[in-house]
Design a protein around this ligand. Structure first.
Ligand code: MN
Ligand code: MN
Length: 486
């Protein structure tokens, strides 16, 4: 019997659905109720972004959220039991949370690792200078920034100053509407002919990222008749800082002061579908994995959430994941439950070798305006769900973890089984550039690791964009992973 035309079409449609992959916008497949949940989840996320603009602030916020959710501070040597919830802060800049599983720990743990440091402008150690009565801070940018994006923008100053007497004072200026902000000046277009001839990465040079912080000379009398020739604007600013914080110029030597955009995170778009804010790389994965672990109650495998520092400068330093603090934490959990040194050493190695990790970090979303840096088939799209990235790196996959097919297969199945929308993604076209994450540092411990995260537009810019539906799908994915027992 001959097939009718209609029948033929049906067969083709059926085969297409069965055999071909067609990615879908999450917002089409989500119910009203789910979209509503995604939107309200991001209300909490925006608060987290606003209250945590530095690694220290994000760390203390995370510890506060953990405490409120019943987590207690980790004590070395304690043998924790299934269901116990603990957290451990490393030097105020990184934090590990854990929910102890019911299975023996040598069966492996489920780790989600993200980072809470973001690109910014740090003050130098001797930052203060005055020129033509204007007072500035000299800076050294932190992480990969397009320097021109940081000029002519209201900046807030966050951080700590350790004074000569050893005491520490916290600084946050420029967040409250009533407080002043600071700014890096840029050249007016009228006089920019020579500046325009510079290569783009030098449009603003590193040494030109000077932050203007004051302009009035020191006044002794206030009667308009001040004869003090040596009165400088620098002195006037230092006097204000001394009155407020009790610091002197030498104290900057032992300070960590970070200039960040002063603006608050807010909705973007008429449909309010996007979150615009500073520091979403990688506080979007930090917040989603943090909330997910606070809602994890009785996992079979021990669930571990790591919010790390220093990723943006290569994970160096003892609060970055190039440090051994995560390994120590896991090793100490194992040791506390072991009878002797010999047994614990073996169980630690078993535990790590049987562990799994989602290296949670943002991925570049395809930007239609700059589509030529992406390869459409393999780029991540905004609103198409959490991104599973088998590899990042650069050139011939240099500097990447490159997850195994087996592990990607496990995670893919986990997400599909839990109706979590996901897409694959890579950073950009082959040889277009590149980047790395913390994945390689976890993989180094012989842990199965894959990169996963949220697609972001304008990554590393003062205003980064994420899609609420993607943020929510990452959160749901992380929750499923904490409860994952293959
Ligand atoms: Mn990142
Ligand atoms: Mn980054």
């Amino acid at each position: 019997m001959k097939m009718s035309k209609n029948n033929k079409n049906e067969v083709v449609t059926e085969l297409k659905e069965k055999l071909l992959y067609e990615r879908k916008n999450v917002c089409i497949t989500m119910t009203d109720d789910e979209l509503q949940k995604a939107d309200s989840f991001c209300d909490g996320y925006k608060v987290f972004l606003n209250k945590g603009k530095t690694e220290r602030e994000a760390c203390s916020q995370a510890a506060a959220i953990a405490k409120a959710a019943g987590f207690t501070e980790y004590k070395a040597g304690v043998e924790y039991k299934a269901g116990d919830k603990i957290y451990s802060v490393n030097r105020g800049k990184a934090v590990i949370l854990a929910v102890i599983g019911s299975r023996p720990i040598e069966d492996g743990v489920n780790i989600i690792a993200s980072h809470i440091d973001s690109p910014r402008i740090d003050l130098k150690q001797n930052p203060l200078f005055e020129d033509t009565d204007l007072v500035y801070f000299k800076t050294h940018y932190y992480g990969g920034v397009k320097k021109y994006q940081w000029t002519a923008l209201p900046l807030a100053l966050h951080g700590v100053v350790v004074k000569g007497d050893g005491t520490t004072v916290d600084v946050i200026v420029g967040e409250d509407e009533s407080e002043p902000v600071f700014s890096v000046t840029d050249l007016l277009p009228h006089l920019s002919e020579l500046q325009y001839k510079r290569p783009a990465h030098e449009l603003i040079k590193g040494e030109e990222l000077n932050i203007l912080i004051g302009s009035r000379p020191f006044r002794l009398n206030g009667d308009g008749n001040d004869k003090n020739e040596s009165a400088s604007s620098k002195l006037a600013v230092m006097k204000i800082l001394n009155d407020k914080y009790g610091i002197t110029e030498r104290d900057f030597a032992s300070a960590e002061l970070e200039a960040v955009p002063a603006h608050k995170a807010r909705d973007v778009g008429f449909d309010r579908s996007l979150v615009g804010g500073y520091g979403q790389d990688d506080r979007v994965c930090a917040y989603t994995s943090l909330i997910a672990i606070t809602e994890t109650d009785a996992p079979e495998k021990t669930a571990i959430c790591v919010l790390a520092d220093k990723e943006e400068i290569g994970s160096y330093g003892n609060t970055g994941l190039g440090s051994d603090y995560l390994r120590y934490f896991i090793a100490d959990l194992v040791s506390a439950a072991s009878r002797n040194e010999c047994e614990s050493g073996m169980r630690i190695r078993q535990c790590l070798s049987n562990s799994r990790c989602l290296s949670a970090d943002v991925c570049a979303a395809l930007d239609p305006t700059f589509a030529d840096v992406s390869e459409k088939n393999n780029a991540a799209f905004m609103n198409y769900g959490a991104v599973i990235a088998k590899y990042f790196g650069s050139k011939g996959k240099s500097g990447t973890n490159d997850a195994s097919a087996e592990f990607v297969g496990e995670i893919r199945k986990l997400f599909d089984d839990n109706n979590i929308v996901w897409q694959t993604g890579e950073l950009g076209k082959v040889d277009a550039g590149g980047g790395g994450t913390v994945a390689m540092f976890i993989a180094k411990m012989n842990v199965d690791t894959v990169d996963i995260g949220v697609p972001v537009l304008s990554m590393h810019a003062p205003l980064e964009l994420s899609a609420k539906a993607d943020v929510y799908s990452a959160y749901r994915g992380f929750k499923a992973f904490y409860n994952f027992t293959p």
